[in-house]
Design a protein around this ligand. Structure first.
Ligand SMILES: Nc1ncnc2c1ncn2[C@@H]1O[C@H](COP(=O)(O)OP(=O)(O)OP(=O)(O)O)[C@@H](O)[C@H]1O
Ligand SMILES: [Mg+2]
Length: 169
């Protein structure tokens, strides 16, 4: 993997497997990390986020942020769970505290992270979830920045050990 285009795909065979993959990722995350999740309705962005939260030792339920776009959860690091689906315009990002959340020194997980070009930070891990069939999801990951290249390769390595996951590099 070179630094600019570190890539891989994680194929999960069930919802619980996506959760397990998310948990493996959550264990690797630390202060300042930003993940942008993309993919259709029902692709598994929230399911993956629940796993990430478990890996960050967040207690309590992770639900889609319906009122407001950001939910904050305390764990080993603070999790900022953001969903841009309901945001109508990029100029609302500032008012909602989006940029503050990304820079707060916690872990930011952004569903519909590709909705606005203005919302994309210089460095981040991109995870695009695709529905393969009813129970199968393909998570295409792309690192943007050296930190995320390392993170991506550690995550892929961790997923090699998981049941129900196929890792493609
Ligand atoms: N392999 C899989 N990984 C993740 N979810 C799966 C998988 N197989 C089936 N599912 C189901 O797909 C749905 C994923 O829903 P989820 O809310 O996570 O999607 P989402 O991408 O967050 O959608 P939205 O854009 O509405 O927020 C769940 O009902 C889950 O049980
Ligand atoms: Mg969701």
């Amino acid at each position: 993997m070179d630094a600019a285009h570190a890539q891989g795909t994680i194929v999960t065979s069930a919802s619980v497997v996506t959760h397990a993959a998310g948990q493996a990722l959550g264990r690797l995350l630390g202060s300042g990390d930003v993940l942008l999740l993309t993919g259709d309705l029902g692709a598994g962005k929230t399911q993956l986020t629940k796993g990430i939260a478990a890996g960050l030792q967040v207690e309590g339920p992770i639900t889609s942020p319906t009122f407001g776009i950001i939910r904050v959860h305390e764990g080993r690091a603070t999790l900022y769970h953001i969903d841009l689906y309901r945001l109508e315009r990029a100029d609302e990002l500032e008012d909602t505290g989006y940029f503050e959340a990304l820079e707060a020194g916690g872990v930011a997980v952004v569903e519909w992270g590709d909705r606005f070009a203005e919302a994309i930070p210089p460095e981040y891990l991109a995870i695009r979830l695709e529905i393969v069939d009813e129970a199968t999801r393909a998570l295409a990951i792309q690192a943007h920045g050296a930190r995320y290249t390392l993170l991506a390769s550690s995550w892929l390595a961790a997923c090699d050990a998981l049941e129900g996951v196929e890792v493609r590099r």
